[in-house]
Design a protein around this ligand. Sequence first.
Ligand SMILES: NC(=O)c1ccc[n+]([C@@H]2O[C@H](COP(=O)([O-])OP(=O)(O)OC[C@H]3O[C@@H](n4cnc5c(N)ncnc54)[C@H](OP(=O)(O)O)[C@@H]3O)[C@@H](O)[C@H]2O)c1
Length: 238
Amino acid sequence: MMDVKNATVFITGASRGLGLAFAREARRRGATKVYAGMRNAARFEQAGIVPVRIDVTDTASIAAAAALAADTTLLINNAGIAALIDGPLSVDVATQSARMFDTNYYGVVRVTQAFERILLAKPNAAIINVLSDIVWLPRPYLTPYAASKAAAWSFTNQLRFQLREPGIQVLGLHVGFIDTDLTNGIDVPKASPEDVVRQTYDALAAGKSEVMADQGTALLKSTLAAEVPGYITPPPGL
Ligand SMILES: NC(=O)c1ccc[n+]([C@@H]2O[C@H](COP(=O)([O-])OP(=O)(O)OC[C@H]3O[C@@H](n4cnc5c(N)ncnc54)[C@H](OP(=O)(O)O)[C@@H]3O)[C@@H](O)[C@H]2O)c1
């Protein structure tokens, strides 16, 4: 289990949205150092937060960021993109899937590989992967995004098992709509990034392996053992 207090945290996609909330809350909780990974670090200025250039689709930038942040003890794979399409059979499903996978799946894989040795060398280290309720929720217009997050969920499960022995905690964050740029123009109830981050850091400190950061996601997960689970027929309200 890991307390963010006294951790050295590296977050991908921390220029805004959930990633920035992770950075701010880490600092508030007394993290030793907070690295905010971002594609454009030139104009970022927040007291106590160190901007680091990283594009999760660019291996060279990942290697450079890992070299610079070699004291990291908590890696947060947060960077992600989404796009709406017509449905699972629309003409752009393959091209959009490739784009989503490059960031949302291979991005997580590449960054985790680059930080592996850094984390293994620490007496107490952890990884948080930002996933979604979409891994269990049919939303045809989010097909490419859902597939990429389901792949990242699968990777998280393999990684958690692999890293159990060396003692690295791996926490998967599942959550529905959050109020960030990613959901601009989608008119539904949304969780606040600050609340999601609070629950995630609390779960990490409690030694958990995953966190359902809103009621809808918790309800969805509770249906998984039912004869008709939520990924076939979502529970009312979802
Ligand atoms: N919002 C939701 O409803 C929701 C729900 C469940 C899960 N999530 C997940 O939460 C995470 C954060 O999303 P958000 O809602 O905060 O979205 P957001 O406000 O759109 O922020 C996305 C962040 O990811 C960064 N990013 C995108 N592609 C990148 C790349 N190739 N390399 C490095 N950084 C990259 C963006 O950087 P730039 O500023 O350079 O574009 C930005 O900092 C994502 O993994 C998303 O899938 C979001």
